[in-house]
Design a protein around this ligand. Structure first.
Ligand SMILES: [Fe+2]
Ligand SMILES: [Fe+2]
Length: 359
């Protein structure tokens, strides 16, 4: 028997004890064989760790309603995604070489070249699939700091358009995203990719990356805003962030934009064993984490734009019913109204129901 973080669970593992919420509500009984949707359920109830038995059984057959390919399965088999994946793999490699040369050999950082290369990927996506959905699905294939930085840069780029920033500002915010975690490259890889809980010492080391990043970029004489985004992207508006515990207006506005893109990418990435997580679950995590940690005007703009892009999408609810997302609740973005056959199900009024996946 061992205790694993919910992120490490895979289908087929067997629960060794009853899993309860802190207020003693049963989530899963002992001896349950985990499936993808049960792991999502644990996550949704905020269960952080679970006792599992040592043996792994073959996971039960997927529920009958999982037979038809989901939104993300269809996306991954589309020619557009395949083309994007090829280009993405090349760009991550180019990005890796450029940044490694900067960090290890102190070569001059060509921000403009970095931007042009990364943005050419966005320009080449022509179909109906949004860049965020494409990136979301790439996290299964590459979980490196480089892929993460590239993603955050591209998410910042889309976000800047949603915020209606000027072209020059959009470029700058994109560069802030691309370079926000360069400081992580100075931290040993075994700490960065450690799946278990970090020791206090390891945690302190990770927390140095904003300052390390700031110093690398400062030496390169890049724009002050880019340096600040590296320094401040883990600061939170309520003062709960690090390294300085800055609050609200003390935090550079571009660092606030990067913070949201960063958390969004981290949330979609943590599920490498399970494939892409439903976007509504990501929104719910933001809501659970507390929107006050982020700048309200930015976080609402970001989440509303994501949610709006799924209006009219078909989805499956946690009770197995299927329907169409017809109306967004502005006060509770993760819980829209879903039209199931003849009934409008308002998820804001049905707290036990949630959107399990997009169809
Ligand atoms: Fe970071
Ligand atoms: Fe990051």
């Amino acid at each position: 028997m061992k205790r694993l973080s919910t992120l490490q669970l895979v289908p087929g593992m067997v629960v060794a004890d009853d899993v309860m919420t802190p207020n003693h509500q049963m989530v899963l009984p002992k001896d349950t064989v985990l499936t993808d949707s049960l792991i999502t359920k644990l996550d949704l109830y905020g269960i952080l760790t679970v006792h599992v038995k040592d043996e792994i059984l073959s996971p039960p057959e997927p529920e009958h309603f999982l037979d038809s390919p989901s939104y993300f399965e269809r996306l991954k088999s589309s020619p557009e995604f395949q083309a994007f994946k090829k280009e993405y793999e090349i760009e991550v490699d180019v990005f890796k070489n450029m940044i490694n040369n900067v960090v290890e050999k102190n070569t001059k950082l060509e921000v403009k070249e970095l931007l042009d290369r990364s943005l050419s990927m966005v320009a080449n996506t022509t179909g109906n699939i949004g860049i965020l959905d494409l990136l979301h699905n790439m996290r299964e294939y590459d979980d490196s700091t480089f892929a993460h930085c590239l993603n955050v840069g591209l998410i910042c780029n889309v976000f800047a358009h949603w915020l209606k920033l000027s072209d020059a500002e959009t470029e700058l915010v994109t560069a802030c995203g691309l370079l926000h975690d360069v400081g992580k490259l100075l931290i040993p890889l075994d700490i960065i990719s450690k799946p278990d809980k970090l020791t206090d010492l390891e945690y302190q080391q990770i927390q140095k990356h904003p300052l390390e990043g700031y110093q690398i970029l400062k030496e390169q004489n890049v724009d002050e805003r880019i340096c600040n985004a590296a320094l401040m992207h883990h600061e939170r508006c309520d003062g709960s962030g690090y390294p300085l515990g800055l609050k609200g207006s003390q935090i550079d506005s571009y660092a606030k934009v990067v913070a949201i893109a960063d958390v969004y990418d981290a949330m979609t990435a943590a599920r490498v064993y399970r494939g892409p997580i439903c976007p509504f679950k990501v929104i719910e995590s933001f809501e659970a984490e507390g929107l006050q940690k982020y700048d309200v005007k930015y976080v609402l703009c970001f989440l509303e734009n994501i949610v709006n892009s799924y209006i009219q999408n078909r989805c499956r609810l946690s009770d197995g019913r299927e329907g169409e997302i017809i109306f967004i609740n502005k006060m509770k973005l993760s819980r829209p109204v879903v039209r199931c056959s003849d009934e409008n199900v308002d998820l804001a009024e049905n707290p036990t129901l949630y959107i399990e996946s997009l169809l």
